[in-house]
Design a protein around this ligand. Structure first.
Ligand SMILES: Cc1ncc(COP(=O)(O)O)c(C=O)c1O
Length: 376
């Protein structure tokens, strides 16, 4: 289907093209080029953290983060069910068990007050997400992690640049996972990263990323024979991708400010409907609006979605609860019920949101929603 208004568009400019072209024209070091360390350093600085390791996807970054902890197979990791499926799959990838947490309605993130009811002796890690770019109640979650000596990994795949006060998401946890997939706030097509302060974990992540290979210089540029000291993968990012990341990161604040302005405008056009709950900034949490998700009450969500589809406006359900997906319902031993997650998933509808979304586009979206509401 050719959409009049797609869910997202990437914002690119001549500098993006120039920087990637430069790497291509160099004719070498398309892998393990100097752009990798430069991008890592810039991302670490951006988060006020010591280290960063980039990967070829957010999924491999999260997988590597858990591998670096050497968890026992019986370990439990608490994740929200209201998330992209990768968050729940990460524990399974390392032989651990995902335990699903309920969410709260203010940020749509992991509910800190629910954690007491699901923690056990086997719980080792908490992995909250910042839904659609809205910081979850990470301060309360961190407090809980500290009280119970749990490792805190922020799944910040959707939230680079979002803040609580002056502090960026991704800088609260022991580690943070970023994604640079095409629909993210900082897109490079595909890509991911782990932000971390521990040097020991940083070194482990680099080994996991690249075959467990211990080497002092660029593998492709040296005739030195490396040592292979642990099990590893090839989860490296290409130099072209890192170059694009550096260029996108240099304008990230501008891109975020455009998203926030657009979100404000679209909200102002939709705030008259009693059957729509708009996304809002909770207290001093500032969303970067990777997603602009409304909640539609009175079982009207699916009809509104079909109405918008007919108009050529793309909308999408982010997310169906992971615990109700075919894979999880088939493979989980015990049936669980998460009433809030299930209710919100039935109401949620993500509307188009991107930096270059115009007032005309947003007027068309809001006029269409008004028209739908008038048919009721
Ligand atoms: C919350 C969340 N976690 C993890 C991921 C996985 O990232 P990637 O698509 O880069 O593998 C995504 C991205 O889709 C996500 O939204």
């Amino acid at each position: 289907m050719k959409w009049k208004i797609p869910l997202y568009k990437v914002d690119w400019d001549k500098e993006d093209v120039r920087t990637v072209t430069n790497v291509i024209k160099r004719g070498m070091d398309w892998a393990i080029g100097p752009e990798i360390e430069e991008f890592e350093q810039s991302l670490a600085n951006y988060h006020g953290s010591k280290y960063c390791v980039v990967f070829n996807s957010g999924t491999s970054a999260g997988h590597a983060a858990l591998l670096s902890l050497n968890l026992k197979p019986s370990s439990e990791i608490i994740v929200p069910s209201f998330t992209f499926i990768a968050t729940a799959n990460w524990p399974l990838m390392v032989g651990a068990k995902p335990i699903f947490s309920e969410i709260e309605e203010e940020t749509l993130g992991m509910d800190p007050s629910y954690l007491d009811s699901i923690i056990s002796k086997k719980t080792k890690v908490l992995m909250p997400i910042h839904y659609g770019g809205m910081p979850c109640k990470i301060i309360e979650i961190k407090k809980f992690a500290e009280q119970h000596k749990l490792i805190l990994i922020e799944d910040s795949a959707e939230s680079i640049g979002s803040t609580i006060g002056n502090k960026k998401t991704g800088s609260f946890g022991d580690m943070s996972i970023l994604s640079f997939a095409g629909n993210k706030v900082l897109p490079t097509g595909e890509g991911g990263a782990v932000i971390v302060n521990s040097k020991k974990i940083y070194e482990k992540l680099k080994l996991i990323r690249s075959h467990g290979r211990q080497i002092n210089s660029n593998y492709f540029q040296t005739n030195e024979t490396p040592n292979y000291i642990s099990l590893g993968y090839n989860w490296r990012m290409s130099s072209m991708t890192a170059a694009l990341g550096i260029s996108q990161l240099s304008k990230l604040d501008k891109l975020i400010s455009k998203r926030r302005k657009n979100a404000q405008y679209l909200s102002s056009k939709l705030n008259k409907h009693s059957k729509i709950i708009l996304p809002f900034d909770y207290k001093n949490h500032k969303s970067v609006f990777q997603l602009f998700s409304i909640r539609v009450t009175d079982n009207l969500r699916d009809n509104l979605m079909a109405f918008l589809t007919n108009k050529g406006i793309m909308s999408k359900i982010f997310f169906e609860p992971v615990h109700l997906s075919k894979f999880y319902s088939k493979n989980m031993n015990e049936k669980i019920s998460l009433p809030k997650t299930e209710k919100i998933s039935q109401q949620i509808l993500t509307l188009p949101m991107y930096p270059s979304l115009t007032k005309n586009d947003m007027n068309f979206i809001s006029d269409s929603i008004n028209e739908f509401m008038e048919t009721l």
